[in-house]
Design a protein around this ligand. Structure first.
Ligand SMILES: [Zn+2]
Length: 73
């Protein structure tokens, strides 16, 4: 079986400060990469680039996957 790092970042916590009220939304990488519009704790929309985040996470997953494939567990 080929080792895969897919999804290893999804549980990582991410913080999104709200531009409108300054409240900080605590979310996860997995949630943020699937949703382009998040809401702050007070209900304001927080826009972020889910596609760009998803692309950069995929690159990180690939790098980790390549490293993992050099080791036998
Ligand atoms: Zn807000």
């Amino acid at each position: 079986m080929k080792p895969s790092a897919e999804g290893f970042m999804d549980a990582k916590a991410m913080e999104f400060p709200c531009d409108t009220c300054g409240a900080v939304l605590h979310s996860t990488v997995g949630e943020a990469r699937r949703s382009s519009t998040l809401e702050c704790p007070n209900g304001h929309p927080i826009e972020h680039d889910a596609e760009e985040l998803d692309a950069s996470i995929r690159r990180a997953e690939q790098r980790v996957g390549n490293i993992m494939s050099r080791f036998t567990f």
